[in-house]
Design a protein around this ligand. Structure first.
Ligand code: 13P
Ligand code: SF4
Length: 305
């Protein structure tokens, strides 16, 4: 079957079976073309709750499908490729969080959305890269344990020195591959380009950027800018999508090793097999996990606007 034929089958089946396909921005272009919604982690969470369809297929990684199920417990939610996890989301378990709470009494736990549904049950509030600053500025405590991404945490902390942050040393293995040396090299090669990076990058990269934001934020910035050249510090798919959407501009990847192998696992065939009932995994979460996780995700949506 050609790509086009697979896409046509997907479009037909998703309509017949009342399925909404949600795709993270790091998914490939052929998946974007069959998705009902493409966006960053915050957009996906909001969309998951809004989608009118009874069934959802998540083309992304496991924590995204779990968030979707938590927000829409009455829907059937499937992860198109059950192997697609996020290494950062697996870095901490509940016991580690409970130990931190004991070590820092009086602090609230703020978890990046890139965490498991189980871990969210012992947290107080969730943030995404696009909403973290706004949410924590509006949050009613000044004492925050921020987990698991210390790079995102540092970027947030720099913007609200009045708050006291405790962090752990977790983070994204893909974004951590970028260093200040890569910035120096690429700035020298492309002196007119603006540097747009994701806050999961190390602070030595973030502090040199012209714009710091989520995947959707980076794409919107580049599309709306009058500039013609951009160095992109996030997963390489964003360079491809931007180059496709803005053919009159030039996009350069900050470091050629910026591939998230987990995000790359899902294919069009996985989506087709999930629709046919021969692939994918239905996400089932205990009621208690949904109830406790939902409270802190709802707080994120309420404070994130
Ligand atoms: P955003 O889409 O929220 O920018 O996050 C990037 C990411 O790493 C998702 O796993
Ligand atoms: Fe996880 Fe990083 Fe991949 Fe995002 S890019 S899914 S944070 S490993």
């Amino acid at each position: 079957m050609t790509t086009r034929e697979i896409q046509e089958q997907i479009l037909k089946l998703k309509k017949e079976k009342d399925v909404c396909i949600l795709a993270h921005a790091y998914q490939s272009h052929d998946i974007w073309e069959v998705a009902d919604y493409v966006g960053d982690s915050y957009g996906l969470s909001v969309q998951a709750a809004k989608a009118p369809q009874k069934n959802v297929i998540m083309s992304g990684v496991r924590f995204m499908a779990e968030t979707c199920k938590t927000l829409s417990p009455d829907k059937k939610v499937y992860l198109a490729n059950p192997e697609a996890g996020c290494p950062m989301a697996e870095q901490m378990d509940k016991e580690m969080v409970l130990d931190l709470k004991k070590e820092y009494p009086g602090y609230d736990v703020c978890a990046y959305i890139n965490t498991t549904a189980d871990l969210k049950t012992v947290c107080d509030v969730i943030v995404t890269s696009s909403s973290a600053v706004k949410i924590l500025k509006n949050y009613n405590s000044d004492k925050i344990i921020f987990i698991p991404d210390c790079n995102l945490g540092k970027w947030v902390q720099e913007q609200m020195p009045e708050k006291d942050f405790k962090m752990v040393s977790g983070g994204c293995p893909t974004h951590m591959r970028m260093t200040a040396k890569h910035v120096e090299k690429m700035r020298a090669l492309h002196p007119d380009a603006e540097l747009l990076v994701h806050p999961e990058c190390k602070y030595e990269v973030v502090e040199k950027a012209d714009y710091v934001g989520s995947t959707t934020g980076i794409m919107n910035y580049a599309k709306n800018s009058d500039k013609k050249e951009f160095i992109i510090g996030t997963e390489q798919s964003i360079v491809q999508h931007l180059q496709f959407e803005c053919p009159d501009k030039n996009f350069y990847l900050l470091n050629s090793a910026l591939v998230c192998q987990n995000m790359k696992l899902t294919t069009l065939v996985d989506i087709l097999n999930t629709l046919k009932g021969t692939g994918g995994e239905e996400i089932i979460l205990p009621e208690e996990t949904i109830r406790l996780g939902r409270a802190c995700i709802d707080k994120m949506i309420e404070l994130g606007g």
